[in-house]
Design a binder for this molecule. Structure first.
Ligand code: AMP
Ligand code: MG
Length: 421
């Protein structure tokens, strides 16, 4: 039986249980679209790319020198007649006969009859009086049959899977697609994520806050996270604690978005406008999850299209951590990618505090030492409002619910964070 957001009731949920219920909000990836190469950076392949050609296409030279036939065993040639000059990008005119060789440049196709390239530095050239040109091989005992040759298909053979479905396309993948001669590729439509912040105290940067006001950090962190996780942002701004305004924004999001993410206004004791407006427009569960930071979370579907909805806590660190734990896997599923965040194991540089019965996500800094070990320290104060802890961190340290804490020298699981290089 799959868990659903609405059947989980009032009890405290385990992090994995909550993640599974969030994932059940989407069935699978969004539809595919063909996009040109220049628009593919960061996109996710909807289908595997099968190589239409051999890469390299032709067997070619890895050196400047001569191409020739070289025996695997037996008598080695030492003097050959140079009958052609083959340049990269030019077709080969005729096959080589016995005792013949061709001058060749790096990347140029090997002529028929050649299987080996000897580099220029190992040759002596003799111009004959009749205009013929002879090449002497120095130290022939060092030459190996097949050396300095890149075989057709050695990088990628025609018909082989070049890139798997679900691959996110970065610089290397774009180069590979181009090297196959592909001008476009089928990618999953980018998930459209509607984002808004709630609360009368929340003020847009650039505006003047009231005495009790705070600037809207969350919407901007969340928009960045959406982009980092392959989504496209629909920015719905800041909604005041006003039922009609929230209702209008939710209706718009329910009509256009693939996922709606809000922050603030879901904890018990909040002015409950978001909760009420949500409850009227969809199915909602309000959860307490056994994680820190980020205990309260709302989860459900909105409107006639049943658009998945996640209401994250208002505290800036909690909003980011819950996005990473719950919204990021959902975005991954919408794009047909692996849902589990990448994990590493590191050694604690000092004691790490935690509490049994809940998963703690501490902001951490991991580093490798010269012996090849990975160490992790926390960033200091761990309050869920201390956004500078996220700035200092390069990972989240995950301390499992069953562990009362981590002693210095013990192994602990970490999730590296996306950082711009
Ligand atoms: P809430 O979950 O609405 O009770 O908010 C918890 C805390 O997060 C409060 O201190 C809020 O002021 C703060 N908060 C809520 N929304 C934002 C936001 N968009 N940016 C920064 N802090 C926020
Ligand atoms: Mg609030």
């Amino acid at each position: 039986m799959t868990l659903s957001c609405f059947e989980l009731g009032e009890r405290m949920l385990a992090a994995d249980e909550a993640r599974e219920a969030v994932l059940s909000l989407v069935a699978g990836p969004l539809p595919a679209e063909n996009r040109p190469l220049a628009e593919l950076h960061g996109r996710v392949l909807a289908e595997a790319i099968v190589s239409p050609i051999d890469v390299p296409r032709r067997t070619n030279s890895a050196m400047d020198g001569i191409a020739l036939a070289w025996p695997e065993t037996g008598e080695r040639p030492v003097r050959l007649r140079r009958v052609a000059e083959i340049l990269a990008g030019h077709p080969v005119e005729r096959p080589l006969g016995p005792g013949e060789c061709a001058g060749i440049t790096t990347g140029a196709p090997l002529p028929e009859g050649a299987d080996t390239v000897i580099m220029r530095e190992q040759l002596a050239v003799e111009e004959g009086a009749d205009g013929r040109c002879w090449v002497h091989v120095e130290r022939p005992e060092r030459v190996r049959h097949g050396q300095n040759v890149r075989r057709a298909g050695e990088d990628l053979a025609r018909g082989r899977v070049a890139l798997a479905a679900g691959t996110r396309l970065g610089a290397a993948e774009l180069g590979l697609l181009a090297s196959l001669g592909l001008a476009e590729a089928p990618v999953v439509r980018r998930p459209r994520v509607a984002i808004f912040s709630t609360g009368d105290e929340v003020t847009a940067p650039g505006e003047t806050p009231s005495d009790a006001g705070i600037f809207d950090a969350n919407r901007h962190s969340l928009m960045g996270l959406v982009i980092e996780h392959g989504g496209e942002v629909q920015d719905l701004g800041i909604l005041p604690d006003d039922r009609a305004a929230i209702a209008a924004a939710l209706d718009r999001a329910a009509a256009e978005a693939d996922l709606v993410v809000t922050s603030g206004g879901v904890s018990v004791g909040d002015a409950d406008f978001t909760r009420d407006a949500l409850a009227e427009r969809g199915e909602l569960g309000f959860w307490k999850i056994a994680i820190r930071p980020g205990r309260p979370l709302a989860c459900g579907r909105l409107g006639a299209r049943g658009v998945p909805f996640l209401g994250l806590p208002g505290n800036p660190v909690a909003a980011m951590v819950t996005f990473l734990q719950f919204a990021a896997p959902l975005l991954a599923r919408l794009q047909g990618r692996a849902e589990a965040p990448p994990r590493l194991t590191a050694i604690a540089e000092h004691d790490l505090k935690s509490r049994e019965g809940r998963v703690d996500y501490l902001r951490g800094v991991y580093r490798g030492d010269p012996e090849g070990r990975l160490w992790v320290a926390d960033t200091g104060a761990q309050g869920s409002g201390i956004l500078s802890s996220m700035v200092r961190a390069n990972c989240l340290i995950e301390i499992a619910a069953a562990r009362p804490g981590v002693a210095r020298g013990e192994a602990v699981s970490i999730h590296p964070l996306f950082r711009l290089p």
